[in-house]
Design a protein around this ligand. Structure first.
Ligand SMILES: Nc1ncnc2c1ncn2[C@@H]1O[C@H](COP(=O)(O)OP(=O)(O)OP(=O)(O)O)[C@@H](O)[C@H]1O
Ligand SMILES: [Mg+2]
Length: 256
């Protein structure tokens, strides 16, 4: 089973103060790991290490037990601000990697249409990117990441720029895309409820230097996939208690 691991990684930028200190994290297929923590505690730095955009000063990043030194197709990344190609249609954006791989137009289109269906954009393949809303563009970014059939999906605040209503719909979409793809998923968010709703495991980080202070297993996302309504999950006593508990950890508040 595919397995991504950060093993005792530490990081500093240009010899400055340590940004991450001795952080270890495991993500296996079928897991949805969500990182929360105050601004500047090193969440994006951690994701960039996992993606291979940065290399740690100490410690190792391993995929299936082998150390990796850079980005790889098995680790797809979705950024907060989508970087879509405005001169290509929606479908061609989704199938961009297939185009680079020399796959023909008909097959590319078939792949793109299947993924556009997964992200709720069926029928929009011929649209130019500029005719899509922000939320739709974010879904194209997700479809493009899924096109590589990655073992791991790494997302840095993918829903951060969306309004509250769109964001709730996108959370369900992320859950179903995760469920359908089986990709081990790592997602950063500022939303505590979003973290609880999506995660199988929540990682709480704290700054100075960035480190993991708590790991918490939750099952609200699995309850959602099993058919329970979002409203009933978010109103349940277990969800409300977990939210308060998590806020206490993030802001290092004393438990009342
Ligand atoms: N390229 C860089 N060069 C120097 N310092 C950096 C660089 N990127 C980030 N930092 C510093 O490293 C620390 C962690 O930054 P990082 O972006 O990982 O935090 P974050 O938890 O993602 O914050 P946010 O929630 O605001 O996105 C911060 O103090 C930041 O200023
Ligand atoms: Mg960040």
């Amino acid at each position: 089973m595919p397995h991504l691991a950060l093993e005792n990684v530490s990081l500093r930028y240009d010899g400055g103060a340590p940004v991450l200190s001795n952080v270890s994290l495991d993500i296996a297929s079928g897991e949805f790991v969500v990182i929360v923590g105050r601004s500047g505690c090193g969440k994006t730095s951690l994701l960039n290490l996992a993606a291979g955009f940065l290399t740690p000063d100490a410690g190792r990043v391993l995929v299936d037990g082998r150390e990796v030194a850079g980005p790889g197709a098995e680790r797809a990344v979705v950024f907060q601000n989508d970087a879509l190609f405005p001169w290509l249609t929606t479908a061609e954006n989704v199938a961009f990697a297939a185009r680079l791989a020399g796959i023909g137009p008909a097959e590319r289109r078939q792949q793109a249409d299947r993924l556009l269906d997964v992200v709720g954009l069926a029928g929009l393949g011929d649209r130019p990117i500029w005719q899509l809303s922000g939320g739709q563009r974010q879904r194209v970014g997700l479809a493009r990441a899924l096109a590589a059939d990655p073992a791991f999906l790494l997302m840095d605040e993918p829903l951060g720029a969306l309004d509250a209503m769109t964001r709730e719909g996108m959370q369900d979409l992320l859950l179903s895309a995760w469920d359908a793809s089986g990709a081990g998923t790592l997602l950063i968010t500022h939303g505590v409820e979003e973290a609880l709703y999506l995660a199988t495991r929540i990682i709480v980080m704290a700054p100075g230097p960035g480190r993991i202070i708590r790991r918490l297993d939750v099952d609200f996302g699995r309850r959602r996939l099993a058919g329970e309504s979002a409203r009933s999950i978010k109103a349940s006593p277990a969800f409300v208690a977990a939210r308060e508990d998590l806020l206490d950890s993030i802001f290092e508040r004393e438990a009342a």
